[in-house]
Design a binder for this molecule. Structure first.
Ligand code: PHB
Length: 397
């Protein structure tokens, strides 16, 4: 007879706790997997317009482990990776592959909101512990909130919420919002409208481009005709480079100020060059945050990867910090579901972005900064919104 593999025993304990017995305390099983490798799944985009975001998240995660010989909670880590290509049509298969075939103890994913929705449905069913290091899909910490789902990044409601207030304060009362036509773009546009209208602005038009297309010319011509006071947008990765360059090339940059959620200028300032100078954005991170945590983080990241850290790297790093805190509480035993969840719910993360805590729906409560691109850097101008918490609409946890 084959002996049960200890890591499967530990995993089963997690699954039992997650499914039928949600909320009940569990007795630790004998022969737990403490001394075995922790199976960490990385479901991220490694190709396509968000490829560099996936890489930065993984880099940040590994960097946080570097001080502990690459270990988490004293345990060695075995990685299981899948390139989700930011393709929602493949999300269920990819999540099943990593959860069912690779039997990971914890799944870290992903970047794209549409992919995250498919992944979450599989993980909720299986009861797998999930840490979302980017995707902002509101539902993940809204109507689909769940004890086993945590987010270390933001909800799509958050980054564009403070933007409206900033723009009205700067005298821009009529704006156009432009973005990609998928979950993240739609939710960013909605949240912008909500915050902007509340601050006294009015949205002249919301414009959508199919994801991941970068053909902006027709819409830029329309913006020039509408003549709003300002334009706000959500774009990221490769698409953000193209949009910022096209906006400047169309002659709009000096006529109609461009604002955005800060993803617009994350990890891409080198490629955007002059076209990005002066742009104002809101985000939960800024390169120039002058704190010991951020300075140390940026130096270590540059040393390790010969690249500048960005918000995605911070989110990956914080994902590891959160997991580390939980595993410290359980002596490395991820099967102790109640203790792992309680530790993550109560965690205070001393992040390069500033200190943040978990909301009741498992989404960061964090400061949002107003940043301005100066000499190829995202410089902090001020705090646009202190301790912003997602409303967690529809979360009944
Ligand atoms: C998302 O799809 O949720 C998303 C992707 C890239 C970002 C932010 C949000 O930079």
């Amino acid at each position: 007879m084959t002996k049960p593999r200890p890591e499967l025993t530990a995993r089963r304990e997690f699954l039992i706790g997650a499914g039928a017995l949600a909320g009940m305390s569990l007795m630790p099983l004998a022969g737990c997997a403490k001394s075995d490798k922790l199976r960490v799944g990385l479901m991220l985009p490694y190709t396509g317009t968000y490829a560099q975001l996936g890489v930065a998240i993984e880099n940040g995660f590994r960097l946080a482990l570097a001080d502990q010989d690459g270990k988490l909670g004293g345990r060695e880590v075995e990685y299981f990776k899948v390139d989700d290509e930011s393709n929602p049509a493949k999300a269920t298969d990819n999540a099943n592959e990593i959860i069912t075939r690779d039997k990971v103890d914890v799944l870290i994913g992903t970047v794209h909101s549409g992919v995250a929705m498919g992944m979450i449905k599989v993980a909720r069913e299986a009861g797998t512990l999930v840490l979302i290091p980017n995707a902002g899909a509101n539902a993940a910490t809204g109507e689909l909130c769940s004890p086993n789902i945590f987010r270390t990044s933001f909800s799509n409601w958050q980054p564009t919420h403070p933007l409206g207030k900033v723009m009205v304060e700067n005298g821009h009362k009529k704006a156009v919002f432009i973005t990609w036509n998928y979950g993240a773009g739609q939710q960013a546009a909605e949240s912008f409208s909500e915050g902007y209208t509340a601050a006294g602005g009015s949205v002249a038009k919301q414009m959508f481009v199919p994801f991941p297309n970068v053909e902006f010319q027709a819409l830029l011509t329309e913006i020039a005709a509408i003549k709003p006071d300002a334009v706000a947008c959500f774009f990221a990765g490769g698409g953000a480079v193209k949009f910022v360059k096209d906006y400047a090339a169309a002659g709009l940059k000096d006529k109609i100020p461009l604002y955005g959620s800060g993803f617009l200028t994350e990890g891409v300032l080198g490629a955007q060059g002059e076209a990005a100078e002066g742009l104002l954005t809101t985000l939960h991170y800024a390169d120039s945050l002058d704190t010991p945590q951020n300075r140390a983080f940026r130096t270590a990241y540059l040393d390790a990867y010969s690249a500048q850290a960005d918000v995605y790297a911070v989110q990956g790093y914080d994902t590891a910090l959160l997991l580390q805190k939980a595993l410290e509480q359980t002596g490395g035993d991820i099967g102790k579901r109640d203790a792992v969840i309680a530790a993550m719910e109560g965690a205070v993360i001393d992040s390069p972005r500033g200190q943040w805590t978990m909301s009741r729906a498992h989404n960061p409560i964090q400061d949002f900064y107003l940043r301005r691109v100066e000499n190829g850097d995202n410089k902090v101008v001020g705090v646009a919104w202190k301790a912003l918490e997602d409303p967690a609409r529809g979360c009944n946890m």
